[in-house]
Design a protein around this ligand. Structure first.
Ligand SMILES: [Zn+2]
Length: 178
């Protein structure tokens, strides 16, 4: 399941064309990248924009609604998301505020076939950089807040199946948060 809307364009991406990249899963020989703390991006440049374009193509191909850079083997602090309202990319995201709580089912493109309930903040405010290097503040509630928290976990080497995240496993197949 995924958003079936046509691929939206992201502001600041310019004419960069994305290339599909392999999504690293826990079973792969390079899975260690999923457990590292990713490093900040110092300068937002064409390489960053190419990475974002590649991540968007890869995420859509896998029918995901979020993807973090380490999931394509690049350990930098960057994620993309699209819950059906248009694509979002945040460089060096940092959660500034959390509000409320929600429990809901998650999956992960890097952990195929596993789903489970995870408690997350219901609303969040995240600070970071856009694709031109400008400071941005992104707010999200409900599903968007869930996806963003899931992706920021990836940047810290944390997976939704970890103790302190997974409340219980579920069989039901859901949209994979990325
Ligand atoms: Zn994930």
């Amino acid at each position: 399941m995924s958003s079936r809307r046509p691929a939206g364009r992201i502001k600041g991406l310019g004419g960069v064309r994305g290339r599909p990249r392999r999504i690293v899963t826990l079973r792969d020989s390079d899975a260690a990248v999923l457990r590292r703390r990713s490093r900040p991006i110092r300068t937002v440049d064409r390489t960053t924009r190419q990475l974002v374009a590649d991540m968007l193509v890869s995420m859509r191909r896998a029918q995901g609604i979020g993807l973090a850079a380490p999931q394509i083997g690049v350990p930098v602090r960057l994620f993309v998301a699209d819950i059906g309202r248009g694509p979002l990319a945040v460089v060096n995201p940092r959660v500034r505020r959390r509000r409320g709580s929600q429990v809901g089912i998650e999956g992960c493109l890097s952990i195929p076939g596993v789903y489970g309930d995870v408690r997350r903040a219901r609303a969040i405010e995240v600070e970071g950089r856009d694709l031109r290097g400008r400071r941005i503040v992104v707010t999200g509630e409900d599903l968007l807040a869930r996806v963003v928290q899931h992706e920021i976990d990836h940047l810290n080497g944390v997976l939704f199946i970890d103790p302190g995240r997974l409340l219980r496993r579920r069989r039901r197949r859901v949209r994979r948060a990325g």
